[in-house]
Write a protein that binds this ligand. Structure first.
Ligand code: C5P
Length: 213
């Protein structure tokens, strides 16, 4: 079974994906981490994430095991990720890894949950379940600020988070290749007024209903 979860930053798809993977005993891939790692690797090499040659070199040489979650979950990594993700050759370089993960999930699991922006539309168009997770901008800004405030020494302001998120949403939606949009056959889940438990319960109920058909 393949479950594709797409949606904008801080919509709640990462938390939901992890919980669904656990509940259905599936492998989990956070595809945003591949773009984040490509962005961070490009910056570390002294390159520009918006430059095609620099970004493609990093994507082709990517070794995801050399990054810790704290390297990847910064605001700067998110911005660099959306810059490299805009470049079609970077997306092409990361596609095989994602498809291979979905078809041959690690750990002997019978399937996989992948979350990102283009899983239901491009990476796994034949996924058994497709969920598009949304939330309004204000809710997403509040969630991201809370997440960042939980990190020691973080001083980032809400207005900076909002500006970054708006720029990132626009880049993700307007790009020519694999833009952020719901697949035609996706179930939309708006989590603006939901707790993580409520979002999980609704997604699980949707999956169970589809599996019974
Ligand atoms: O999901 P996350 O916020 O970690 O993703 C970081 C960035 O990576 C996104 O803003 C988007 O530009 C890019 N991305 C993508 N396609 C995916 C996953 C992430 O373009 N499947």
């Amino acid at each position: 079974m393949i479950i594709a979860l797409d949606g904008p930053a801080a919509s709640g798809k990462g938390t939901l994906a992890r919980r669904l993977a656990e509940a259905f005993n599936l492998a989990y891939l956070d595809t945003g981490s591949l773009y984040r790692a490509t962005g961070v690797a490009t910056l570390r090499a002294g390159g520009d994430p918006a430059n095609e040659a620099d970004a493609v070199r990093s994507a082709k040489a990517l070794d995801i095991t050399t990054f810790s979650p704290s390297d990847l979950r910064t605001e700067a990594a998110g911005v660099a990720a959306s810059q490299v993700a805009f470049i079609p050759a970077v997306r092409a370089a990361l596609l095989d890894f994602q498809r291979n993960f979905s078809k041959n999930p690690p750990g002997g699991k019978a399937g996989a949950v992948l979350d990102g922006r283009d899983i239901g539309t491009v990476v796994c168009p034949d996924a058994d379940i497709k969920i598009f997770v949304e939330a309004d901008l204000e809710t997403r800004v509040k969630r991201r600020v809370k997440e960042l405030q939980e990190k020691p020494g973080n001083t980032i302001e809400a207005r900076v988070v909002r500006a970054d998120m708006e720029a990132r949403d626009a880049r993700d939606k307007d790009r020519s290749v694999a833009p952020l949009k719901p697949a035609n056959d996706a179930f939309t889940l708006d989590t603006s007024n939901m707790t993580a438990d409520e979002a999980f319960a609704q997604a699980k109920a949707h999956i169970e209903k589809k599996l019974k058909r």
